[in-house]
Design a protein around this ligand. Structure first.
Ligand SMILES: [Cu+2]
Length: 236
């Protein structure tokens, strides 16, 4: 009997070790919504933990270091992966961007990325965001118009939350003495939808851009950030 004891102890140890491994693996997948920042990560659109009222048109990640072309972003939620095209490198090699397929339902999305550097080493990170279309109740419905004008007055956007249709030309007009800007997320990188970045708009001046892709476009005036922020949703 005595010579079996070491075997019993060994089997018990193996079972205990296996159980611990399974439990730790479960915990890790259960914490998929945690943020893991790779080295040189600065910020992202959407931000970690942010809730959008409509899907983003892309995921953009900003770094304070040069990024190589073999870097990659994957966006998982609702049982599938949503990136529409190979990951791009923009903004003087410091922004990673993946366009997203349309039709993303409400729910949580996990962004996993691999940031590769010029020395060919790669570094993983992740973050999460949510889509909750019930948040659209606060948006003014301006769908069906070919052109929409937003005024910048008293250091604010006149319509800070609007819904517009695909192909709408939006014009921002500055009524203030102070100069204003229109800038896409994030501040100060402005990399999410660069077509929505103006130069300084003086009093009486304007800036316009056309929105052709369904999704949410949060933006701000970089001279009066974070007080002067707004959001526009291109919707069917
Ligand atoms: Cu401003």
């Amino acid at each position: 009997m005595k010579k079996f004891l070491p075997w019993v102890a060994a089997i018990a140890l193996i079972l205990a070790g296996g159980t611990l491994w399974l439990v730790s693996r479960d915990n890790r997948s259960g914490n998929g919504d945690q943020q893991i920042k790779s080295p040189h990560f600065v910020d992202s659109t959407p931000l970690h933990g942010e809730t959008y009222a409509a899907q983003p048109v892309n995921v953009t990640i900003n770094f304070n270091f040069d990024i190589a072309d073999n870097s990659e972003i994957k966006v998982n939620g609702g049982g599938r992966e949503w990136t529409a095209a190979p990951t791009k490198v923009e903004d003087a090699q410091t922004a990673l961007k993946a366009d997203l397929k349309p039709g993303m339902p409400d729910g949580e999305y996990i962004v996993e990325y691999r940031a590769c550097w010029p020395d060919k080493s790669c570094h993983d990170g992740q973050f999460s965001f949510r889509i909750d279309s019930s948040d659209r109740t606060g948006y003014r419905d301006l769908r069906g118009k070919k052109e929409v004008t937003i005024r910048m007055a008293s250091i604010a956007f006149s319509d800070p939350k609007i819904l517009v249709s695909t192909g709408t030309e939006v014009t921002w007009v500055n009524d203030d003495e102070a100069g204003h800007f229109v800038n896409t997320e994030t501040h100060p990188e402005h990399t999410y939808f660069p077509g929505q970045n103006s130069r300084e708009i003086p009093k009486g001046g304007e800036f316009k851009t056309t929105f052709n892709t369904l999704g949410q476009y949060s933006y701000h005036c970089s001279a009066h950030y974070p007080g002067m922020v707004a959001s526009l949703i291109v919707s069917e």
